[in-house]
Design a protein around this ligand. Structure first.
Ligand SMILES: *[C@@H]1O[C@H](CO)[C@@H](O)[C@H](O)[C@H]1NC(C)=O
Ligand SMILES: *[C@@H]1O[C@H](CO)[C@@H](O)[C@H](O)[C@H]1NC(C)=O
Ligand SMILES: *[C@@H]1O[C@H](CO)[C@@H](O)[C@H](O)[C@H]1NC(C)=O
Ligand SMILES: *[C@@H]1O[C@H](CO)[C@@H](O)[C@H](O)[C@H]1NC(C)=O
Ligand SMILES: *[C@@H]1O[C@H](CO)[C@@H](O)[C@H](O)[C@H]1NC(C)=O
Ligand SMILES: *[C@@H]1O[C@H](CO)[C@@H](O)[C@H](O)[C@H]1NC(C)=O
Ligand SMILES: *[C@@H]1O[C@H](CO)[C@@H](O)[C@H](O)[C@H]1NC(C)=O
Ligand SMILES: *[C@@H]1O[C@H](CO)[C@@H](O)[C@H](O)[C@H]1NC(C)=O
Ligand SMILES: *[C@@H]1O[C@H](CO)[C@@H](O)[C@H](O)[C@H]1NC(C)=O
Length: 463
């Protein structure tokens, strides 16, 4: 968190700059330009003949600022490199000062190959990046340009006011990256077996007022989405898929974000559907269908003795199926900070291995040592969590660190049954304090009552 100060400062100047901008562009909410009666033409060159299957109204519409990547030279045959055309379309739309919302259009019926690119703002107005066709990176590490970093593919940086939307597909072509010998599921024991960096498909960095909706994203080499240093993010109706055994393919990863809504989306992959990292607060997750996957996670937090602060997170009205975990909080030994104010409400578990889990001994190898500091976990509410668990492990697991217990864990209306047979595994608690608001199935008798003495002695959780 040592960057947080300069980050705040940056945001401050960014906001200042955008406020000034906002005076010039007071109203730009006319996303659906059919109704917009401006007769300005927007393209720097006339677009090539329009495909006839156009039911989105954008392409043929002379009235709004439409920047079709093909008008900038993109070919879209799935082979040709269209990177420059995308960059030029972006820059032109981004710099355009017209009063309409400018739309960068990736038309349907075409496949565009785009290399690792940073789409940079701030822009003059709100932008829509409308993907109706397919966008893909070069296929695998061998085809990746030699002089380009391999940690990210499509990056949106310093944007205020943008919607990434459309009926198209972003295809990360992850297979060759997952097959690298260094990847965990290839049996690597953590020793170096060649380069392992793999790109995040879509990253939003230091941006605000973002919408992502309607898209399909599949087979990212690494995380599908990562938002870091962003605020006011609304994700709706997206579909993310990757195989169950694809390593590190988290659906949506958040870090240093606030005011984030993730709604009505379907995610299945080889890692967490949603992972919430340090510096995240005011996050609302609703109506997600998750799985097969590793569930919805807060963490991992506190790695390398770092300080982590996460608060006011809600996950509700969701389904988690055939997953290693349901709702999870995971922290490393040795961290500091707090996870607090988390609500998991109305979640249907279907054959999930650890439906409810707090793991403060998170460790990817076998040799993490226990430390005396830990991220403090407190004020966690689990309510109306029902369904079935895979009997390999207990349906509820609260493994809190020795020196910093978890406190104020509340359980209400929990009903978890074995998905097969009638073996009931006892819930597991270690140094976990909390209460039952209602009886639970299976019964929980291992939560400790009251306030732990050690907390009074220990300087926990400053955030
Ligand atoms: C985001 O949008 C809101 C309202 O639409 C506006 O008040 C706010 O200033 C915007 N954020 C930034 C950083 O400009
Ligand atoms: C814009 O349209 C109006 C009528 O809708 C017309 O009077 C005007 O000449 C048009 N302007 C241009 C630049 O085409
Ligand atoms: C911005 O778009 C408008 C039409 O929307 C166009 O008339 C104008 O030339 C464009 N400006 C630039 C700088 O491209
Ligand atoms: C767009 O404008 C051009 C030139 O003014 C015109 O020929 C064309 O028919 C217009 N297209 C539509 C869909 O209105
Ligand atoms: C890890 O694997 C490598 C090669 O497979 C082997 O040489 C090495 O001894 C292993 N290390 C450990 C700690 O098992
Ligand atoms: C939940 O999300 C799914 C998938 O996007 C959608 O079909 C469904 O309508 C949503 N349900 C509600 C109540 O919004
Ligand atoms: C918690 O986050 C929600 C948005 O998810 C927000 O509406 C609410 O005001 C926040 N609560 C607090 C106490 O900040
Ligand atoms: C760490 O502490 C936990 C709980 O006391 C214990 O079960 C575990 O064996 C310890 N791990 C190591 C590596 O000492
Ligand atoms: C316990 O946590 C709940 C949220 O789950 C919160 O509303 C309540 O204030 C907390 N109680 C204390 C004593 O902090």
């Amino acid at each position: 968190m040592k960057h947080s100060h300069s980050f705040t400062l940056c945001l401050f100047f960014l906001t200042l700059f955008l406020l000034v901008q906002a005076r010039h562009h007071s109203h730009r909410k006319h996303r659906h330009s059919h109704s917009h009666k401006s007769n300005k033409t927007s393209l720097p060159q006339p677009p090539p003949p329009a495909p006839r299957d156009d039911d989105n109204g954008y392409y043929n519409n002379n009235a709004s600022g439409i920047f079709d990547v093909r008008a900038f030279g993109a070919v879209g045959d799935g082979i040709e490199d269209d990177t420059e055309a995308f960059k030029t379309a972006w820059d032109t739309a981004c710099q355009n000062e017209s009063q309409v919302v400018n739309v960068i259009l990736v038309p349907r019926g075409f496949s565009f190959v785009v290399q690792s690119t940073i789409f940079t703002g701030p822009c003059q107005g709100d932008l829509v990046f409308k993907v109706d066709g397919t966008v893909m990176p070069p296929d695998g590490p061998e085809s990746w340009p030699k002089n380009t970093g391999k940690r990210q593919w499509l990056v949106f940086y310093r944007i205020n006011g943008m919607s990434l939307e459309g009926s198209g597909l972003i295809d990360g072509r992850g297979q060759k990256w997952w097959d690298l010998p260094c990847k965990p599921h290839k049996g690597s024991n953590g020793t170096a077996l060649g380069p392992c960096d793999s790109p995040i498909a879509i990253r939003f960095f230091m941006s605000s007022n973002l919408t992502v909706q309607g898209l399909k994203v599949k087979n990212s080499p690494q995380f599908h989405f990562r938002f870091d240093g962003c605020n006011n993010v609304h994700i709706d109706s997206i579909y993310i898929t990757a195989p169950k055994l694809s390593p590190n393919t988290d659906g949506i990863h958040l870090e240093n974000v606030n005011d984030v809504k993730i709604y009505n989306s379907v995610i299945s992959n080889g890692d967490d559907c949603v992972s919430i990292g340090s510096g995240s607060y005011d996050v609302d997750i609703k109506n997600i269908t998750c799985g097969p996957s590793h569930g919805i996670s807060i963490g991992s937090l506190g790695n390398h003795n770092s300080k982590a602060c996460v608060s006011n997170i809600t996950v509700r009205d969701s389904i988690i199926k055939m997953s290693d975990n349901g709702v999870r909080i995971k922290t490393w030994q040795g961290g500091s900070g707090t996870v607090s104010g988390v609500t998991f409400n109305n979640i249907n578990m279907i054959s999930v291995r650890n439906p409810i889990i707090i793991d403060q001994f998170y460790c990817l190898t076998k040799d993490c040592i226990n430390k005396t500091s830990a991220v403090f976990v407190s004020n966690i509410l689990y309510t109306n969590i029902k369904g079935t668990y895979d009997i390999k492990s207990p349906p509820m697991h609260f493994g809190c660190s020795d020196s910093v217990p978890c406190t104020n864990i509340t359980l209400s209306e929990i009903e978890l049954l074995p998905s097969q047979g009638d073996i009931v595994n006892d819930p597991f608690c270690w140094n976990a304090y909390g209460d039952l608001e209602t009886l639970t199935i299976p019964p929980v008798s291992c939560l400790l009552e009251g306030i732990p003495q050690s907390l009074l002695d220990y300087d926990v959780g400053h955030c």
